[in-house]
Unconditional design. Structure first.
Length: 225
C-alpha cells in the first residue's frame, strides 16, 4: 500500500471511531473525556509525546496528539504543542498514560503549596459501595498515592495519576489504559475515572464524587492511620 493510500485509510478510520463513539456514548461522558486534563503518553518504542482531549474507546485511544515526539519525559513536558494531529492509537503501542493536572491559581497567587501532613495518610474508602484502601503520600513537595479494592478484579494495588491536594480539596485520576494494566488489575477493559473530594474534620475525612460511564457517583474516605 502506498503512503498516500495508507494515510487516507488511517484518517477514515479515525473519523469512523469518533463518529461511532459520539453515537454510542452519553453526551456527559463525551464532554468529560474531551474537557479532561491533558496527558503525557509513553509508547513502547520509548518515545514520549503530549496529548489533549484523550478518549479511551476499547482497544484504542482517540486524542489530539503533539506532532512532535521526544526521547525524554522532561522534553515532552516542556514542549509547547504548537501543532497537533487527530489520531487513533492502539493501546498495544502504549506503555502508559499520565494525566496532567494544571496548577490552581487564586487571587493570592498559585495554590500548589504543600498542605499540612494531616491531608496525607492511609484512608478506608467507599466508592459507590466498593470498599478499599486509599493511600496518599508526599515526597519532595509532590503528591502520589495508590488505591486498592480487594473485592474488585484481582485486588491489585493501582497507582494514582495526577494527585493534587490544594485548599482542602483533592483531585486524582484512577485509570486502566494499557493491556498490561488490564491484565494486572483484572479489569474488564480500559477506563478512566476522575475523582474530586473535599477534606473535613481536619483531614480525617474526605467526601466527593467521581464519574463512571457518564454517571456521577459518590465516594467518601476515613483516615485509619
Amino acid at each position: 500500500m502506498n503512503p498516500t493510500a495508507r494515510n487516507k485509510r488511517i484518517a477514515t478510520g479515525v473519523l469512523l471511531v469518533i463518529g461511532g463513539m459520539m453515537m454510542a456514548l452519553p453526551a456527559t461522558l463525551l464532554w468529560s473525556a474531551l474537557a479532561g486534563p491533558g496527558a503525557l503518553v509513553k509508547e513502547r518504542s520509548g518515545d514520549f509525546y503530549r496529548a489533549r482531549a484523550v478518549l479511551v474507546a476499547g482497544p484504542l485511544i482517540v486524542c489530539r496528539r503533539d506532532a512532535a515526539s521526544h526521547k525524554t519525559k522532561r522534553a515532552a513536558l516542556d514542549s509547547r504543542m504548537e501543532r497537533t494531529n487527530l489520531d487513533a492509537i492502539g493501546l498495544h503501542r502504549i506503555e502508559y498514560i499520565e494525566f496532567i493536572q494544571p496548577p490552581v491559581e487564586t487571587a493570592a497567587g498559585p495554590a500548589h503549596q504543600a498542605p499540612p501532613d494531616e491531608y496525607t495518610g492511609t484512608y478506608s474508602i467507599n466508592a459507590a459501595g466498593n470498599s478499599g484502601i486509599l493511600a496518599l503520600r508526599r515526597a519532595n513537595g509532590a503528591f502520589y498515592g495508590s488505591i486498592r479494592f480487594p473485592n474488585w478484579g484481582r485486588g491489585a494495588t493501582e497507582p494514582l495519576k495526577g494527585v493534587r491536594i490544594s485548599g482542602g480539596k483533592i483531585f486524582f485520576v484512577r485509570s486502566v489504559t494499557t493491556p498490561d494494566e488490564v491484565k494486572r488489575t483484572g479489569a474488564n477493559g480500559p477506563f478512566v475515572q476522575e475523582y474530586s473530594g473535599e477534606y473535613t474534620q481536619g483531614g480525617r475525612s474526605i467526601r466527593g464524587s467521581y464519574r463512571v460511564s457518564g454517571i456521577q457517583k459518590q465516594w467518601d474516605a476515613s483516615k485509619v492511620r
